[in-house]
Design a protein around this ligand. Structure first.
Ligand code: 5GP
Length: 121
């Protein structure tokens, strides 16, 4: 699947629609999910145009990969849910059709702020 510039996260990245921003740097943008499934439900997206995790794994530069993975920890710390606060959280990426992905720009969901329950329901 080729990248569709009209997806909602591309519009958020271009500043065309607003988001409730948590953190931004050279590699990632993080914001609260519009329809939270847990007490804390954040999204972390790369700034690069990647459809999903497979696309990212195959095509992203090493520094983008490091930036995204380190960004997850930075965001968790900002939200007060990291292991350094003795909490913990869940990271989830839906990938394509069988994975239930709705927005075709790679994103990680961060769920926390409470015990998040069974892994798959
Ligand atoms: P997916 O099902 O693709 O893994 O997750 C897409 C997520 O994006 C959903 O949890 C949905 O609530 C969230 N979402 C969709 N549109 C918007 C939006 O315009 N703003 C924000 N902040 N989240 C959105």
């Amino acid at each position: 699947m080729s990248y569709d510039d009209s997806n909602i996260f591309a519009k958020i990245l271009r500043g065309e629609i607003p988001c409730n921003k948590i953190y931004e740097d050279e590699f990632i943008l993080s914001f609260h999910d519009i329809n939270p499934k847990k007490k804390i439900h954040a999204l972390v997206i790369p700034k690069g145009k990647y459809v999903d995790l497979d696309d990212f794994s195959l095509n992203a530069a090493p520094e983008e990969m490091v930036g995204l993975i380190k960004g997850l920890n930075i965001v968790a710390k900002k939200l007060g849910i990291s292991t350094e606060e003795g909490k913990g959280y869940r990271v989830l990426a839906n990938i394509s059709d069988h994975g239930g992905q709705e927005v075709p720009h790679l994103h990680f969901h961060l769920f926390g702020g409470e015990k998040v329950g069974k892994m798959v329901e």
